[in-house]
Unconditional design. Structure first.
Length: 282
């Protein structure tokens, strides 16, 4: 049986730059709109306008049975939340996952935002810390991709970063890492081989070498790791009701280094604390 290589040519890597930037632009637009009183459906519509306005299409809508441009998950919903009539409230923690397909190539990225709430500073602080830890673990995994030889090292870097944060300094709770939902390869399809685990495994995984493009996406909770899928058959929610956070970027490894396709600066700001300088795809 024919299997497509998980490694892209230099020309194919260059073709993935624009869909990554379009994805980033959609999330940048949504970020500016998050506030109390706005609905998740309105945020979804804003992302759609950016993607179609740049001549691309939502790759989420290419997933069978899904008709939205984004997944928007609130509070104890970790991933795959369906946008609609839900109104954001002060203090909500909101994860927004988005992707674009342009000329047959894909980008995929996610961010987490805490809605401001001056009346609940402790709640906001706890949720902002969860988001910060999740985002930091993502960047730890991305930074590892610059020197790692196998994908398993990325999961180790992500878990090590989370463990180094210890229990939440605000709530005292330990952080949980979702086990059933992981990162993936990306290219002609939004979800390709190989899987990218956000935790240590005994399997070294596929070799990391030039041409590999991965979507690294830790999903972290402020409590237990157990989740269930709600009655809509999509939304993944924590069993214990703890908050969730989801961050994601698509990253290319090439001959000269790594480049974060879904960041306008190639990942420079996020990688700086790890001493890694991204290199544009030649």
């Amino acid at each position: 049986m024919f299997r497509r290589s998980i490694y892209k040519s230099p020309a194919q890597l260059r073709s993935m730059v624009e869909p990554g930037l379009i994805t980033a632009a959609a999330l940048d637009e949504v970020r500016t709109l998050v506030r109390p009183g706005i609905t998740t459906g309105e945020l979804d519509a804003a992302a759609s306008r950016v993607i179609t306005g740049r001549g691309a299409e939502s790759n989420f809508q290419l997933v069978r049975g899904y008709r939205h441009t984004t997944c928007i998950s609130v509070n104890d919903q970790v991933v795959h939340g369906i946008p609609g009539e839900r109104v954001l409230q002060p203090g909500d923690i909101v994860s927004i996952d988005c992707g674009a397909q342009y000329q047959g190539w894909n980008g995929d990225s996610a961010i987490t935002i805490v809605v401001p709430d001056a009346a609940q500073p402790e709640l906001v602080a706890r949720r902002e810390e969860l988001s910060r830890v999740t985002e930091g673990s993502m960047w730890a995994g991305i930074a590892a991709m610059a020197t790692a030889t196998h994908i398993g090292q990325l999961g180790d870097a992500i878990q090590t970063y989370i463990e180094a944060q210890g229990p939440s300094s605000v709530s005292g709770d330990a952080y949980g890492i979702l086990r059933e939902y992981v990162g993936h390869g990306i290219g002609r399809k939004m979800h390709e081989a190989p899987s990218v685990f956000n935790y240590r495994t005994p399997d070294a995984g596929a070799e990391i070498r030039p041409g590999l493009v991965l979507a690294i996406e830790p999903m972290v909770t402020a409590g237990g790791e157990a989740t269930f899928v709600e009655d809509d058959d999509w939304t993944v929610t924590t069993v214990d009701g703890s908050d969730g956070s989801h961050w994601e970027h698509s990253i290319a490894r090439h001959e000269a280094g790594i480049w974060v396709l879904t960041a306008a600066d190639g990942g420079a700001a996020g990688l700086a604390p790890f001493g890694v300088v991204p290199v544009p795809i030649p």
